[in-house]
Design a protein around this ligand. Structure first.
Ligand SMILES: [Zn+2]
Length: 439
C-alpha cells in the first residue's frame, strides 16, 4: 500500500530505511535477503499516538516491555506514551528524563512521548518541548489519578498561548466539567447507569470551548478519543473556518455500542463512554468525511482488580480499555462491514497519527527515505480473540471472544523482521523519539 494505491511490488530496504519501491516487473537487486509475502497486504507499520504505558510508577498496570511487545504483535511500530498514569507524570523535563530512563532498553518498537499540561507548569512546557516531547496533553475533567490535575479554562488559555509560541499541539480530553460528576442513580451493574453520568453534552460543550480557544490563541488543538458524534458539527465548522482543530476516535467507539454492553461487563468502561448504535454510525460518517482524522487505541489498562469485574460495578471500576494489539483487526472488521476498502486504513492508522506526532517525514508511508517499518497481514483471515494470544500485561479486554478479520503475519522495524506468525525475534531495538541533548 503506497501513495500509488494497492498493487504488486517490491520494497528495498537497507540500513533501516526504505531505499526503493519497485514495480512488480522490476528485477530484485542481487545479493539481498528476500522475503516473499505473496498476495498479503504490506502496509506501513501502524503509529499509535494514544497509549498509556504507565511506567515508571504503575508498571503493574502495563509497562514498556509488555506494551511494545503487544504493539509488535498488532503490527504497530511506533507508539506515543501519554504523560499520565506513570509516576511521576510527564509534566517537566526532569520527569521526561525519568520516563525515558525507565523505557530505555525495554522497547520493541519506537516510542515517543507526550508532555502534560497541569495547573502551574506553564514554565515547564518549553523545556519539555526542547527535550523532545511531541506535544502536550491536558484534561478538562478529573483524569482519574491525583497527580495529574485537570486544568481550568483560565489555565488552558495561558498554556495555549505558550504552546502556540512553541509551535506545539495540545491534545485535550474534551469533556466539560459542568456536565460530569452528577450523582448516578440506578443499578451500578447496568452500563446505562454509568453512561448517564457522562452525557454527549459534556463533549459537545468542551469542543465548543476548544474551538473558541483555538480561534482566540491560534494554537493547534487535537481532541482525543471523541465519542459523541453530536460534536462533529462543531469540529466540521471549526475546520471549515480554517481553525487548527483536529480529532481522533478509538476502535471501541467504532466497534461496540452501549445497547450491547452486558450488565457487569466493566471491561467496556472508558471515558468518554461507548454510546449507542446510531452514534456509532455517525462516528463512522465523521471518519469517512474527514472530520475525524484518525483512529488510535487509547490503550489504558489496569490490574483486573481495579476493573471491579467481580462486583460488576461500573461506577467504581477503572475507566480504560485495552486494545493496543487489536487496533488493526478491530478497525478493519468494522470498516469492512460498512463497505470501506483497505485504502483509507493507511491514513487512519498510520499517516495521520504520524503527522500528529511530528514524524510524518519518516513514518506512516511506504516510500523511499522512510523508515522500513512494515506490517504484513491477511485481511481475509479471521481469528477469535483469546486471552492466550494477547500480549498486554493484563488480558482483560472487551474484544475477548470476538471474531476479527485481519491477521498480522509479520512486523518489520527498521528493516528487521521482529515478528513472524506469532513468534517474536531479536532484542528490544525500538528507539526513543526524544533528545536528551535538549533536556
Ligand atoms: Zn487516554
Amino acid at each position: 500500500m503506497t501513495a500509488r494505491g494497492i498493487g504488486p511490488g517490491s520494497i528495498v530496504a537497507r540500513d533501516g530505511r526504505i531505499r526503493d519501491v519497485l514495480p512488480a516487473e522490476a528485477t530484485i537487486p542481487a545479493g539481498i535477503e528476500l522475503f516473499d509475502f505473496g498476495d498479503r497486504v504490506v502496509m506501513p507499520g501502524l503509529v499509535d499516538t494514544h497509549v498509556h504505558v504507565n511506567e515508571p510508577g504503575r508498571t503493574d498496570w502495563e509497562g514498556f516491555e509488555t506494551a511494545t511487545r503487544a504493539a509488535v504483535a498488532g503490527g504497530v511500530t511506533t507508539i506515543f506514551d501519554m504523560p499520565l498514569n506513570s509516576i511521576p507524570p510527564t509534566v517537566s523535563a526532569a520527569a521526561l528524563s525519568e520516563k525515558a530512563a525507565a523505557a530505555s532498553g525495554k522497547c520493541f518498537v519506537d516510542v515517543g512521548f507526550w508532555g502534560g499540561v497541569v495547573p502551574g507548569n506553564r514554565a515547564d512546557l518549553a523545556p519539555m518541548a526542547r527535550a523532545g516531547v511531541a506535544g502536550f496533553k491536558c484534561f478538562l475533567v478529573p483524569s482519574g489519578v491525583p497527580e495529574f490535575a485537570d486544568v481550568s479554562e483560565h489555565d488552558l488559555a495561558g498554556a495555549l498561548a505558550e504552546i502556540e509560541r512553541i509551535g506545539a499541539v495540545l491534545l485535550v480530553h474534551a469533556e466539560h466539567p459542568s456536565w460530569i460528576g452528577k450523582t448516578a442513580t440506578g443499578d451500578p451493574r447496568r452500563y446505562a447507569t454509568y453512561l448517564a453520568t457522562r452525557p454527549p453534552r459534556a463533549e459537545d460543550e468542551a469542543v465548543a470551548v476548544l474551538a473558541r480557544l483555538c480561534r482566540e490563541t491560534g494554537a493547534r488543538i487535537h481532541v482525543v478519543h471523541l465519542s459523541s458524534a453530536a460534536a462533529l458539527e462543531r469540529i466540521e465548522s471549526a475546520r471549515a473556518e480554517g481553525l487548527p482543530l483536529s480529532a481522533e476516535t478509538c476502535p471501541h467507539y467504532l466497534f461496540f455500542a452501549s445497547e450491547d454492553v452486558p450488565d457487569g461487563a466493566t471491561e467496556f468502561k472508558c471515558a468518554p463512554p461507548i454510546r449507542d448504535r446510531s452514534n456509532r454510525e455517525s462516528l463512522w460518517r465523521g471518519l469517512a468525511g474527514g472530520a475525524i482524522g484518525m483512529v488510535v487505541s487509547d490503550h489504558s489498562p489496569a490490574p483486573p482488580e481495579m476493573k471491579s469485574r467481580e462486583t460488576g460495578d461500573f461506577l467504581s471500576a477503572w475507566g480504560g480499555i485495552s486494545s493496543l494489539q487489536l487496533r488493526l483487526p478491530a478497525v478493519w472488521t468494522a470498516a469492512r462491514e460498512r463497505g470501506h476498502t483497505l485504502e483509507p486504513l493507511v491514513e487512519w492508522l498510520c499517516a495521520a497519527p504520524a503527522r500528529l506526532g511530528g514524524i510524518s517525514d519518516r513514518k506512516g508511508a511506504i516510500a523511499a527515505g522512510f523508515d522500513a517499518d512494515l506490517v504484513v497481514w491477511d485481511p481475509d483471515a479471521a481469528f477469535e480473540v483469546r486471552a492466550g494470544t494477547i500480549h498486554h500485561r493484563h488480558k482483560l479486554t472487551p474484544y475477548i471472544g470476538k471474531t476479527l478479520s485481519g491477521v498480522v503475519e509479520a512486523t518489520f522495524l527498521a528493516g528487521e523482521k521482529i515478528f513472524d506468525r506469532g513468534r517474536f525475534s531479536g532484542p528490544p531495538r525500538g528507539k526513543l523519539l526524544w533528545t536528551e541533548a535538549g533536556a
